[in-house]
Design a binder for this molecule. Structure first.
Ligand code: G16
Length: 546
């Protein structure tokens, strides 16, 4: 007898517009009756054509991951989906989910994560859909989800009598007419890493050198245990905070110097390991640290591009490089020297998808601690850590030595991001809109020995499908190569987050050893003079400086 499908009637929720990376809200909002289900209905309706399809499902293991997985499985069955591949325990890191979709030729997948945002009952939750290419849904699809979410009158879900799926039992189970295969979340991904990097070389390096990887009590714990400890032989002391917790141990699982405090302290100690690294809630971000030196994500992308041919997976060279607009222009300089294309896209990994699919770029990166390549369609935290590890093994150099050589060759883009979090939304909009209105006046303005050569609100035309994305952040580009960029975050869940990005270029012959905040002091003052974030918001300092 077929398990009955229930139609639950419900008015639409007006706040279901996906941001930079899917729908992110407080757990308390997601746990309200019907809230998650209504958005899942919007996803299924927007994607369409799901009858008989196979999709993936997994998340970063944060609070509400299991409850949400159960609801989504019952809805998937009600929509005639033939099969869902689910990571054991409802777990899949974001890059592993992307890989699973690609490797198994799936229609797409649902990823449950609020990435680097805090978790727990009072923390954040999120959901996003990734398409057949393994990448985040393009803007056209997320916009369709939002539109549908505003007109829905209810959703379809399998009746309770269908029973429950045991998320912890590897193998195939039935839910109504749908089969659910619980898979090992790590194995396929670890195999992919073995195909890209020289595991023998890294194993040897680890015999004589130490590394420290901070999983921040998030999803990469089991991935690091399998890859770094088991397959590469890193010592047990090499892994920090590697037991996943639903609230990330009450920490902010964001791999940056401000939130990975313990790692930073260890990397500044006299006996610091040669390589320090961290990844975020869902495993797509990374931070790389050498002894007493944190690598800015923008520099990391440039270094990987400049040295790619030393790594087996990229030995034939890279096709091109893409970076998000606020990311420093360090990678552009490398691309120009290598004679390959470079692209500047809006913030959001989804904007790299078309370039990767078209074979125009091999490496991509963002200032928000995201780096990746064409091996999946998400940024990939552990991949970046392995890339650096393999680079250290291939060159025999230290992280500071690699950076020093890089800056001497290509020049240095001093870079910093200042975040003002949970700002009153009206105030934040006022700051951005005022700057937008002043752009014509600022264009060409001179001062402090430099001139503003370009003052605009970034507009992107996708080189592959021609689609246009407007208002992607205000940028002021100076005659000496410096830049100030201002945009509103699309991932926050409380008020508005203003992000101010500061960049100053020092050509090869310049001073190479200034601390970024010191090197940028002049720009920090100029930004306040031109934009006035502190003046209008009333904040004395940014909340987070990276
Ligand atoms: C998401 C996107 C990234 C983006 C980041 C920051 O990351 O996938 O591409 O750079 O948000 O966005 P915002 O500056 O708008 O907060 P994640 O790791 O949160 O999925």
């Amino acid at each position: 007898m077929a398990t009955p499908v229930q139609r639950i009637n419900c008015p639409p929720f007006t706040d279901q517009r996906p941001g930079t990376s899917g729908l992110r809200k407080k757990v308390t909002r997601f746990a309200e009756p019907h809230y998650l289900a209504m958005f899942v209905q919007a996803i299924f309706d927007a994607v369409g054509d799901l009858k008989g399809a196979t999709i993936a499902l997994g998340g970063d293991g944060r609070y509400y991951n299991r409850e949400a997985s159960a609801i989504i499985l019952r809805m998937a069955a009600a929509h005639g989906i033939a099969k869902v591949l689910v990571g054991k325990g409802g777990i899949l890191s974001t890059p592993a989910a992307s890989n699973l979709i690609r490797q198994r030729g799936l229609k797409g997948g649902i990823i449950l994560s609020a990435s680097h945002n805090p978790g727990g009952p009072d923390g954040d939750f999120g959901i996003k859909y990734n398409a057949t290419n393994g990448g985040p849904a393009p803007e056209s699809l997320t916009e369709a989800m939002f539109k549908l979410s505003q007109t829905l009158t209810g959703y379809d879900i399998l009746d309770d009598s269908a029973g429950k799926i045991d998320l912890d039992r590897i193998g195939t189970q039935q839910l109504g007419g749908m089969s659910v295969e619980i898979v090992d979340p790590v194995a396929d991904y670890a195999d992919l890493m073995e195909r890209l990097f020289d595991f023998d070389r890294m194993r040897n390096w680890l015999k004589g050198n130490r590394m420290l990887f901070d999983a921040m009590h998030a999803v990469t714990g089991p991935y690091a245990e399998e890859i770094l400890a088991k397959r590469l032989g890193a010592s047990a002391q090499s892994l920090l905070n590697f037991v996943p917790k639903t609230d990330f141990g009450n920490h902010h699982p964001d791999p940056n110097p401000a939130h990975a405090e313990e790692l930073m302290a260890r990397m500044w100690a006299a006996d610091a390991p040669a390589l320090g690294a961290a990844s975020d809630g869902d495993g797509d971000r990374n931070m790389i640290v050498g002894a007493k030196l944190a690598i800015s994500p923008s520099d990391s992308l440039a270094v990987l591009a400049a040295n790619a041919t030393l790594i087996p997976g990229y030995a034939k060279g890279i096709k091109g490089v893409a970076r998000s607009m606020p990311t420093s222009r360090a990678a552009d300089v490398v691309a120009a020297e290598l004679g390959i294309e470079s692209f500047e896209t809006p913030t959001g990994w989804k904007f790299f998808g078309n370039l990767l699919d078209a074979g125009r770029v091999t490496l991509c990166g963002e200032e928000s601690y995201g780096t990746g390549s064409d091996h999946v369609r998400e940024k990939d935290g552990l991949w970046a850590v392995l890339f650096w590890l393999d680079l250290l093994a291939a060159t025999g150099k230290s992280v500071p030595a690699i950076m020093d050589a890089h800056w001497r060759r290509f020049g240095r883009h001093y870079y910093s991001r200042h975040d003002y979090e949970a700002v009153d939304s009206d105030r934040a909009n006022e700051i951005v809109n005022t700057l937008r209105q002043r752009l014509p006046d600022l264009q060409g303005r001179a001062g402090n020995g430099r001139r503003i050569e370009l003052a605009d609100d970034f507009r992107y035309q996708d080189p592959i499908d021609g689609s246009i994305s407007e208002h992607q952040g205000v940028r002021l580009v100076f005659s000496d190569g410096g830049r100030l960029v201002l945009r509103l975050s699309g991932t926050g869940t409380e008020g508005a987050t203003l992000r101010l990005y500061l960049e100053r270029f020092e050509p090869k012959t310049g001073v190479l050893d200034l601390e970024p905040q010191v090197a940028l002091a002049d720009f920090i003052n100029l930004a306040e003079e031109l934009i006035g974030i502190k003046r209008v918001s009333g904040r004395a300092q940014p909340d987070v400086v990276t």
